[in-house]
Ligand binder design. Structure first.
Ligand code: BTN
Length: 249
């Protein structure tokens, strides 16, 4: 497998629609190699999960996409990529802040119960086989006001310090490299163990909502397909897809 040590190649843009879209364009034109990081100061159409918009003021936060060779994974273990990325961001932020960082299913990164980073992975398939992934990461760094968004936090909100985005990128790439090596070694057991150990609300009774119906559930597992397995109060276990259910406060 080609060396895809992250961040050897960084493409810096002052603005773009979305770093994920831009990366996809470069992939189509075969103008990019694995491990390349695309970074932007500003996105006009930053994409979040569930077709949402990713808000970020100009030059204040880390907005990156990574072109990753995920061809060694398949549809049965693809969610381990998501778990590995969440673990890397978590570890990087805990090193920087010294504050406890957790992972909210599927791969939101939380500090003090508020979201500090989000991940949007877009996979490319060839003849029904996974060929590559574009990993988009938005990390709130120096922005202090987030209009119209609740439960969002940045590094500066937490520590009152300003951070150098290039240094944060360097630390993040190093944590991602470690987790990607674990992934390429198929150390799924350890990835799973760590992911669950940092999982928000793990093994806790909480309130969930599906199709406007509220119910109690205990998160007992996130499986290899990324489904959340809840134990219900009648003792049944039920798996839920990413868009099917949401956690209530
Ligand atoms: C989420 O909603 O939690 C995912 C957010 C992902 C945002 C990042 S910012 C860089 C990259 N480019 C995009 O358009 N989205 C991702």
């Amino acid at each position: 497998m080609k060396n895809q040590s992250l961040g050897n190649q960084i493409i810096k843009l002052s603005y773009v629609d979305s770093t994920n879209n831009y990366t996809a364009k470069l992939v189509k034109e075969t103008k990019i190699s694995f491990g390349t990081v695309i970074m932007a100061d500003f996105q006009t159409h930053g994409k979040g999960q569930r077709s949402s918009f990713w808000e970020s003021d100009k030059g204040l936060n880390l907005l990156i996409s990574i072109y990753f060779d995920s061809s060694f994974l398949n549809s049965e273990n693809i969610f381990f990529l998501s778990k590995a990325i969440a673990l890397a961001i978590r570890e990087c932020l805990e090193k920087i802040t010294g504050i406890k960082v957790s992972i909210k299913w599927p791969n939101d990164i939380l500090i003090n119960g508020s979201k500090i980073a989000g991940v949007l992975i877009e996979n490319q398939w060839k003849n029904e086989k996974l060929s590559s992934s574009i990993i988009g990461i938005g990390l709130n760094v120096n922005q202090v006001i987030f209009s119209g968004q609740e439960n969002v936090i940045s590094l500066k909100n937490l520590t009152s310090k300003d951070y150098n985005l290039n240094s944060i990128l360097k630390s993040l790439c190093s944590s991602l490299d470690t987790e990607f090596t674990r992934l390429r070694n198929f150390d799924f057991f350890e990835i799973d163990r760590q992911y669950h150990s940092f999982l928000f609300n793990y093994n806790k009774w909480s309130n969930y909502e599906k199709n406007k119906i509220n119910f109690k559930g205990k998160l007992i597992k996130v499986d290899s397909f990324g489904k959340m397995v809840l134990q219900l109060d009648n003792g049944d276990k039920k798996s839920f897809e990413i868009k099917e259910v949401s956690l209530l406060k």
